[in-house]
Design a binder for this molecule. Sequence first.
Ligand SMILES: *Cc1c(COP(=O)(O)O)cnc(C)c1O
Length: 375
Amino acid sequence: MAVPLLDLKAQYQNIKDEIDEAVQRVFTSQGFILGPEVEACEQALAAYCGSPHAIGVSSGSDALLMCLMAEGIGPGDEVITSPYTFFATGGAIWRVGAKPVFVDICPSSYNLCPQKIESAITAATRAIIPVHLYGQLAEMEAIMALARDHELLVIEDAAQAIGAEHQGTRAGSIGDYGCFSFFPSKNLGGAGDGGLITTGNADRAERLRRLRNHGMHPKYYHSDVGGNFRLDAIQAAVVSVKLKHLDTWTEQRQANAVRYRALFASAGLPPDAIALPEVTVDRHVFNQFVVRAQHRDALRQHLLNHQVGCEIYYPVPLHLQDCFASLGYTEGAMPESERAARETLALPIFPELTDDQAKEVVQAIATFYADKQQA
Ligand SMILES: *Cc1c(COP(=O)(O)O)cnc(C)c1O
């Protein structure tokens, strides 16, 4: 039996009528740009994230970029972030002309390590971008305290963490801005690209609404230079339908994680072969279920040979990417991020994963280590 890493066809089959109806409604209206679909989606998501304002935008990457633009962050400024993330986090900092300053992760959560942030703060530091990787919040209490002490902005990269929660607060409602992505593989995926920014500040929300539309207000008058960062009505309509199912899907992801723990516990693996993810927050939404694995690359090949989907998020930390070579980081600079890049492997955790599929995944891993022990 083949087990995909993610099965969006199964998801669509379960909600096909609702999605088709919503898409049809947009076509009937022929209102494709912003408008009531986007407004309704923004209101529902602001409530879901526990944030007063939500602005629909063109992607999670653009969401990050826009927050930096909105704050006038640029050449001469430094922005602290994690090197162990999707490229967009660092790319946004670079694109506005600011300097990404990388701080290593905690090995338990894979998130920015607050204890290592302070020594990276300089007079040029303007903001911190914590990433809520794989679906659980970074240590926001400590990060917010540092930001307050040093008067820094906090932009949450919550692209993988919609609905993630700790001590009663949700991803995107803690920092000055929260950035979300509707890339199809995220927990709340659209039918293409899309994103969202949350903020608690009405002036910031207003500025972002102008920025996403070329800084235009009123029509054909431009006080700022923005861009075309708008969310399509069709994406908003699809996301609004899926939002109603998100809590159920999240519970299914969490149940899959519990099932994996039971299956791994009884799989008879050699000790230390696989380390399961640690849950460090109250509500982990499991965008990914990431294990550390001995002989990771060989295991990955074995799983792919057995048609078990898996992926490495991420094989090269940002501080070692070629495009950032001029920042001067060398190997060894961020040991935990580099170790994570060597050891981690994401296994299928999508909501529709069946019992048999989960067993297949663990069985395939067990045979790999059994073969290894015999060899
Ligand atoms: C997906 C992702 C992004 C970018 O979102 P897009 O919508 O694909 O542009 C940014 N940061 C993280 C951590 C992500 O996982």
